[in-house]
Design a protein around this ligand. Structure first.
Ligand code: F6P
Length: 401
């Protein structure tokens, strides 16, 4: 795969993508290869399928020289020179879900790392996979630089992560598109959005996409009858204003009311539809014409966006963030005197470095505190008092009381 042989590289670094994919991973790889290999003349090894690639090396399934990357490794045949990696979603290295190594596997991972003779590793990952890799890095004394990525935006100590902006864009565009079919049929459109235990994606996309109701776990952890009543009031209010449709965004991390009659959660969008229909059926008050109209006219449809939220080509902002993080990660390796575990972050409009231990300590503390308070265990939740929630409320969007 090499374009020319580097006879005396001053460093050998590895790069891998860990956990779920998201837009912008390839743009980080592009920047790292371009800067480290082409500019600095280091050897860059693309580790396939997260840390599984190290196991394959240790087991002799692949050889280090097969993994070497250079600027044109992924060129389109016949169209050499186009920077496809900047624009391509997914990961050309492959992703594997975060998983704690099985007994004996950690030793193989460490052996694979040693076999390639790496001086440092750049790991692009989310909160869960970074915890696992940080642990391996400590065991192996690796020089590790983490790059934060996730459509969930739930990594502490950084203002931005790779992939989030694109996912917001995808969901917001979908909401806008759905509003036309909703308006044509007078439908209430529920859109179920990913985000795991947090509501960043639902909140940002809901505001940008013109939602009437945005339900996020930080404000509404459970779908109680009161919440459903408030949503129905909001729909009735919309009808009063002679608008014929409504858009509701619901984050996947919201749970059913634990105090209500036991019923199993299927998908929160479908559960919400059922509860809205039941509430309107049972609470129609002949004195309240809005509710009568609701009872007569209500038609609810659910769209579950699923993996489409991870798969669009990265936005300009995500590409800029990805390449800035890639360059900063290479700089961090160039400057480190001894093995350390760090993470590149975005703060105050620029890239910076944080000790990875600090990030992980914060992830663990935040998750533990939220679990103790019986909230979903998000490592960097939406601030209920923050400006985004204030923006939503100021626009008349129902986000909870
Ligand atoms: O963490 C990214 C994410 O897309 C979450 O938003 C979502 O809960 C999860 O991964 C879905 O992963 P999968 O499709 O593998 O269940």
């Amino acid at each position: 795969m090499t374009d020319e042989i580097l006879t005396d590289p001053s460093k050998r670094i590895g790069i891998l993508t860990s956990g779920g994919d998201c837009p912008g991973l390839n743009a980080v790889i592009y920047a790292v290869v371009k800067y480290a290999r082409t500019v600095k003349n280091w050897r860059v090894y693309g580790i396939p399928n997260g840390t599984d690639g190290f196991v394959d090396i240790a087991n002799g399934i692949c050889q280090p020289e097969d993994l070497e990357l250079h600027e044109h490794s992924f060129d389109i045949p016949g169209q050499k020179g186009i920077n496809v990696l900047l624009f391509l979603s997914g990961s050309v290295l492959g992703c594997r879900g975060k998983k704690v190594p099985k007994p004996g596997e950690a030793a193989k991972i460490l052996a694979g790392y040693r076999q390639i003779g790496l001086d440092a590793l750049i790991a692009i990952g989310g909160d869960g996979s970074l915890e696992i890799i940080a642990d391996l890095a400590q065991q192996g004394g690796w020089n590790l630089v983490a790059v934060p990525k996730t459509i969930d935006n739930d990594i502490p100590l950084t203002d931005r992560v790779v992939g989030f902006d694109t996912a917001v864009d995808t969901v917001a565009a979908t909401l806008h598109n759905l509003s036309f079919t909703a308006a044509s049929h007078d439908h209430v459109m529920i859109v179920e959005v990913m985000g795991r235990d947090g509501g960043h994606l639902a909140l940002h996309a809901g505001i940008a996409g013109g939602a009437d109701v945005i339900l996020i776990p930080e404000l509404i952890p459970y779908l109680t009858e009161k919440v459903v009543a408030n949503i129905c009031d909001r729909i009735a209010q919309i009808y009063r204003q002679r608008r014929k449709f409504a858009l509701i965004v619901v984050a996947e991390g919201i749970d059913l009311d634990p105090l209500a009659e036991p019923c199993s959660k299927s998908a929160i969008g479908a559960d919400l539809k059922q509860q809205i229909e039941q509430y309107v059926d049972h609470h129609s008050d002949p004195q309240q014409s809005d509710f009568c109209r609701l009872q007569a006219d209500l038609e609810v449809r659910v769209s579950v966006l699923g993996r489409i939220q991870r798969s669009s080509p990265p936005t300009t902002l995500d590409r800029l963030l990805a390449v800035s993080f890639g360059v900063k990660a290479v700089d961090a390796i160039a400057q480190s005197q001894s093995p350390s575990q760090q993470m590149v972050v975005w703060k105050g409009g620029q890239t910076q470095i944080e000790p990875l231990a600090r990030v992980i300590e914060k992830i663990r503390a935040e998750k533990a505190a939220r679990q103790a308070a019986k909230f979903p265990a998000c490592a960097a939740p939406v601030d209920p008092q923050g400006f985004m929630v204030h923006t939503a409320r100021s626009l008349g969007i129902y986000v909870g009381d």
